[in-house]
Design a protein around this ligand. Sequence first.
Ligand SMILES: Cc1cc2nc3c(=O)[nH]c(=O)nc-3n(C[C@H](O)[C@H](O)[C@H](O)COP(=O)(O)OP(=O)(O)OC[C@H]3O[C@@H](n4cnc5c(N)ncnc54)[C@H](O)[C@@H]3O)c2cc1C
Length: 407
Amino acid sequence: MPALHWFRRDLRASDNPALDAAGRDALGVFIHDPRLEGVGKVRTRYLQAALEELAAERALIVRTGDPAQVLVELAAELGAGEVYCTGDATPFARRRDAQVAQALARAGVALRQIDSPYAVPPGEVRNGSGSPYKVFTPFYKAWLARGWPAPDGPVVATPALERWRAFREQALGAYKRDRDFPALAATSRLSTAMHFGQIHPRTILAEIPDATTNPFARQLAWREFCADVLWHQPQAVWSSLDTRFDTDMQYDQDDAMFEAWTQGRTGYPFVDAGMRQLASEGWMHNRLRMVTASFLVKDLHMPWQRGAAWFMQHLMDADVANNQLGWQWVAGCGTDAAPYFRIFNPVTQGRRFDPDGEYIRRYVPELTDAPDPHEPGVLAADYPAPIVDHSRERDEALARFQSLPPR
Ligand SMILES: Cc1cc2nc3c(=O)[nH]c(=O)nc-3n(C[C@H](O)[C@H](O)[C@H](O)COP(=O)(O)OP(=O)(O)OC[C@H]3O[C@@H](n4cnc5c(N)ncnc54)[C@H](O)[C@@H]3O)c2cc1C
């Protein structure tokens, strides 16, 4: 009996245990789910190119519709008794997969979920008493101690693999030193390829000889941690893990301020450069994700959910676990005791991580000739004055936090 392989976030033909289990002759299918149509255009375009690359590698059927219905129909057409897929961990995916499994079972077809988009499947790293970790560093240690399997067979060359290997040759050695400087090409830019599973983290980890101490492998562990937190606490997609932030915090909802943030016209050059990088490239450097998110939450006093929704719409690498937990970390309402009083100063952050203003000038051309592009003020005729005063809003943010009831 032929099998079907349902591709989702594992868009690769090698090092894919679920695809291997489905068998060499398995028919591959990708289903565009109309429930996900709200995602941003930039991500949809990337997905389209990823599907074309996969289709050049192996036969692929692409359908649109409710996956339960499409798979039941396809299995009947082909006489398939099994549908294989790589497990997924988001709350939406888990609900969908439960529905699909039920629908297939009614038709006498088994849904077999194998592997995950992570080195260690979410939910499997536990402390001595079997509970999940709430803080990154102990999770990281336990994750390292648990270890991960080697890649499943030879890995076929793809643009994602080439990107990883080029990064490994050219930038991995300097990653720790340079990764926070957004003007440099010092990070891997593999987040989108990893989101769609064009490359699996175990492929990367296997090619880092000192993976247990390597700072890049440590960042991969952050990705695993976010997925693990979301696995145990699916409500974290839109609810603050510190629930006081949803029930008791006082927020502002000024649409003009929000628009200034989205358009990169806050008058804070480092923040504006980050938001304009997002608008023009569908990607933003990690340092800027932290600084721009902090600005929205702590300087403009808006709920993190509003900014997270904007990022989900505009990031090519939009990933529910990394994005929502990244926002909760910045807002100070996540699992770990990230102190609320850690408020990023957008000016000193810029001076420290973009000392020559090269990154700012790249994305905010109005400031090309400004002698000091960091200090907000009257910097150029066509560049806005700061929309808020950072030190005043910092005090305001702290006061609002102090007024929360005790945890
Ligand atoms: C507010 C906010 C929102 C974010 N939203 C997303 C998102 O939607 N999608 C996304 O993939 N990442 C997100 N991140 C995490 C991080 O910013 C990006 O993964 C990283 O900038 C991607 O660039 P890179 O591939 O060059 O990273 P590199 O520095 O090369 O890191 C390698 C890989 O490690 C993982 N990684 C690195 N840093 C983190 C982190 N802090 N948390 C989780 N995983 C990490 C990513 O998979 C990344 O591709 C967010 C962070 C913050 C603070």
